[in-house]
Write a new protein. Structure first.
Length: 327
């Protein structure tokens, strides 16, 4: 087994891009299902888990688009499987597509990279100045609140949780409800309570969507309210997704979910932007780009950076071809 990857990070969160991994299906949503038990899952484990990756690794397999309306498709993956949405990955893919020439771009101005993902068709608007990419705006699928104020008893006391869809289903609450703040020194406890809340609500009726492939709680977003800037609300968050994986970025699809929630509560006006910081201090900004019958269309602005190219090979005598996880 030998795979070449191109590694990027968006606001500190890794994104490992891989081409040529087989995943049969007529569209990206179907390919995700087939990937769960096929060759693609073997490659995911090989590239994501230790010793070739780590428990917080993330990446995507490039696929054909669903039709000629998109530039390509992608299957997003993490240590536990394949996700339905990924904003930080879409931002990285926009920058990657322009850098590699897959999507031609001007030296000055912008170009839109259209990507088919399991939750639908999304866009990365890549901004360019003097031949350099200076930022990317992730335009998500319609996002909406699924349920507000769900009462839940946890190991850290009673809490009220909101469920919101942003391409994946997120449980979101103020970190203060569980006696924590979003700080690196609290990471272990944030992971523990984030996992607990995710699994407690995973089968909640509000988390069951019309397309069952999108159902279930993908992650828990714990938030510190930092007040307001002149342009709108300012929050710091950590998203604990999959089974205890920590997003180093402010989480792209999670930020989209937060935009939907804040717009629903009236805390984010159509002429305002959310300043959304991560647990490591990196930042996205986001806004409501449009309103539709299915929810708001969030736009999340950030930047991605190339880390390098890697070639991974499996030694014939290696006893750990599927890697391992300690979390």
């Amino acid at each position: 087994m030998r795979w070449v990857t191109e590694d990027w990070h968006t606001a500190g969160e890794p994104f490992r891009i891989v081409e040529g991994v087989p995943a049969p299906g007529a569209d990206v949503a179907t390919r995700r299902v087939s990937a769960m038990t096929g060759v693609a899952d073997d490659v995911r484990r090989f590239l994501c888990r230790e010793p070739r990756g780590h428990d917080d690794m993330y990446g995507g397999f490039i696929t054909p688009p669903d039709d000629a309306g998109a530039d390509f498709g992608v299957l997003f993956w993490h240590k536990d499987g394949f996700s339905t949405a990924c904003g930080h990955g879409t931002i990285a893919l926009g920058a990657w597509a322009v850098r590699t020439g897959r999507v031609p771009a001007p030296d000055d101005g912008e170009v839109t990279v259209t990507v088919d993902v399991p939750s639908g068709r999304v866009q990365a608007v890549v901004h360019r100045e003097a031949g350099r990419t200076t930022g990317v705006v992730f335009r998500n699928v319609a996002s909406r609140v699924l349920a507000r104020g769900i009462e839940l008893h946890t190991s850290r006391g009673a809490v009220r949780v909101d469920l919101v869809y942003g391409g994946a289903v997120y449980a979101t609450l103020d970190a203060a409800q569980v006696g924590l703040s979003v700080q690196p020194q609290h990471t272990a406890e944030l992971i523990r309570i984030g996992r607990e809340i995710k699994w407690a609500l995973n089968d909640h009726p509000a988390a069951r969507l019309d397309d069952d492939r999108l159902s279930g709680v993908y992650g828990t977003i714990l938030v510190d309210d930092l007040g307001r800037t002149p342009t709108g609300p300012w929050h710091r968050n950590v998203t604990v997704f999959a089974d205890g994986e920590v997003d180093r970025s402010p989480c792209g699809s999670g930020t989209a979910a937060r935009v939907a929630l804040l717009a629903d509560t009236g805390l984010l006006g159509d002429d305002e932007q959310l300043t959304h910081d991560s647990i490591i201090g990196t930042r996205f900004t986001a806004r409501v780009a449009a309103r539709t019958p299915d929810g708001v269309i969030p736009e999340v602005a950030g930047a991605a950076y190339r880390v390098g190219t890697c070639t991974f090979e499996l030694d014939d005598d290696d006893p750990l071809p599927a890697g391992f996880s300690l979390r």
